[in-house]
Every structure is written in structure tokens, then in C-alpha cells.
Design a protein around this ligand. Structure first.
Ligand code: BT5
Length: 258
């Protein structure tokens, strides 16, 4: 990644400070430490390679050098945003989806934290928080996106098939521009976090809507038709008897039902 190009691409965005690393363990770890140490709102960590990238529950996230986007954006949530923290993962997912739509690509959000292109995972999101007493004082939004084909891990390392932007757009994808668009989209959408239209857009972008799904929650499988979202971003299903089921964030893996 070219640092000058990066600076140029991001210069018009109202970011806090930016830390760029050619190689790092995990951008989220760096951002969590930085947020604890007083980073400003919208400070950003970017890396060209991660050697210990993390998914949820300490699953691994692969970011081979020069092939992907690996970023962590720090937010200092306002009081209003603190009432909607569970929507932040949707904010990031919608920003990623919008950056793809700008490029003529229709993506879907596999609740809670994956973005799919052609039914394959192109990006993953990991939101973590920094606490001050019993208040959330900082949020770290980690986004990993496969840009070039070489970013995509081999199938045996994956629970779910993966793809890259290159597979849909060809090899001339500029990472800096995609990064700009994701950040610009997130910043533009942020004031709408608490609105009903935010949930409506998130719902509209969901993969498997109207289909049978089998989320696995706390080790057991739940089966139902995916209807939409609750106002806190939890997933709403109905079972065969028409009973509503709410699936909350946590250890959830969503997959299509049989
Ligand atoms: C995620 O977790 O999808 C969240 C990934 C967040 C990564 C970003 S990169 C910047 C920031 N710094 C970090 O350290 N993390 C964040 P989860 O839903 O738990 O999915 C993890 C699973 O995705 C793994 O167990 C693999 O099966 C699969 N996986 C790993 N690397 C992948 C890749 N490059 N593309 C597609 N799938 C991948």
C-alpha cells in the first residue's frame, strides 16, 4: 500500500489521527490500546498485513501482505450513540455494502458481521469496546476485506466460502479508494444510527431474508424463517408454528436451513 496515495485518498475525510503499519499483529489490538490511551474520535489504524488478525471468539482472520484491507476505526460514541451500540456492526456492514454498490456490486449482509458477494464472504467485521467504569468510552470497528484474489484463504481454513473484490471487478481495484468510500459511507450514515430507516436499510441488505436459516446459538441450532431485525439489531425469525424467535448477538453462526 502506498502511503502517499493513502494520505491523498483520505485527506478530505474528517478523521482523527491515522497510524499506518506495513505489518502488524492485529489492527484491532493496536486500536484498542490506542483508544485506552486517549485516541481521538475517528482515529484510524491501517495495516498492509496482519500476522495475528482476529475474528470473533478469537477465530483467525487472514490478511496476507498487499492483498486486502485491514482497518480499525475508533469511535468515541456520543450519548445518543451509546443507546444504540448494538447497531454499530450494522453501521460498518452497511458502509461496506455501500462501497460495493458504488462499484456496481450488489452485496448482502450475513448477520451479524459478514458481507457477501455472490453468496461468498468478501468482508468481516469485528466491533470491540473500551470501557471506563460501566460506560463504553470507545469503540473499535475492525473491518477486513479481501481485495485481491490472493487475500482469499484456502477452503479448508474456512467455515464459509470466501471471495475477493478482484473476482467481481478484475485486478485493477484501488484499495485506497475502496477504503475512502467505506469510511466516507460510515461517517455519512453515523448520524442516522438511531433512526428507524437505519434498521430498514440494514434489514433490506440481509442475506437469507424470507428463507429458512439455522443459526447456532450457545451450541444449539435454532431453525426458523428469517424475517428481519429487532430495533436493537437482533435477528427475528419465526418457527414453523408461527412463534417469533429472537436471536441475539453472541456466539452466533448463521447458515441456510435445509
Ligand atoms: C469476522 O469474524 O469475520 C471478523 C473479521 C474481522 C477482521 C478485521 S481485519 C481488521 C481488524 N483487525 C483484526 O484483528 N480483526 C479485524 P468471524 O465471523 O468470526 O469469522 C472468522 C472466520 O472467517 C474464520 O474462522 C475463517 O473461517 C474465516 N476467514 C478468515 N480469514 C478470512 C478471509 N480473509 N476471508 C474470508 N473468510 C476468512
Amino acid at each position: 500500500m502506498n502511503q502517499n496515495e493513502l494520505k491523498k485518498a483520505l485527506s478530505k475525510l474528517p478523521l482523527g489521527d491515522v497510524r499506518y503499519f506495513e505489518s502488524i499483529g492485529s489492527t484491532n489490538n493496536e486500536a484498542l490500546a490506542w483508544a485506552t490511551g486517549g485516541a481521538r474520535d475517528l482515529s484510524l489504524v491501517i495495516a498492509d498485513e496482519q500476522t495475528a488478525g482476529r475474528g470473533r471468539l478469537d477465530r483467525k482472520w487472514f490478511t496476507p501482505k498487499g492483498t486486502a484491507l485491514a482497518i480499525s476505526l475508533i469511535l468515541r460514541p456520543t450519548d445518543g450513540e451509546k443507546s444504540h451500540l448494538s447497531r454499530i456492526v450494522g453501521l460498518a456492514a452497511l458502509a461496506v455494502a455501500d462501497s460495493l454498490r458504488t462499484r456496481g456490486l450488489v452485496s448482502q449482509i450475513k448477520w451479524p458481521n459478514d458481507v457477501l458477494l455472490n453468496g461468498r464472504k468478501v468482508a468481516g467485521i469485528l466491533v470491540e469496546s473500551v470501557w471506563s467504569g460501566d460506560e463504553v468510552d470507545g469503540l473499535v470497528i475492525g473491518i477486513g476485506m479481501n481485495v485481491l484474489k490472493e487475500a482469499v484463504p484456502s477452503a479448508e481454513l474456512l467455515f464459509f466460502p470466501a471471495t475477493s473484490l478482484e473476482e467481481s471487478l478484475g485486478p485493477h481495484v484501488e484499495r485506497e479508494k475502496v477504503l475512502h468510500d467505506i469510511l466516507a459511507g460510515l461517517i455519512a450514515l453515523r448520524p442516522h444510527l438511531g433512526s428507524d430507516s437505519f434498521i430498514a436499510s440494514w434489514e433490506k441488505a440481509l442475506a437469507f431474508r424470507g428463507e429458512q436459516v439455522q443459526p447456532e446459538q450457545d451450541g444449539s441450532l435454532i431453525t426458523g424463517k428469517l424475517i428481519g431485525l429487532e430495533s436493537d439489531g437482533s435477528l427475528r425469525l419465526v418457527d414453523e408454528a408461527g412463534k417469533s424467535i429472537t436471536v441475539r448477538f453472541g456466539d452466533v453462526r448463521l447458515r441456510p436451513g435445509k
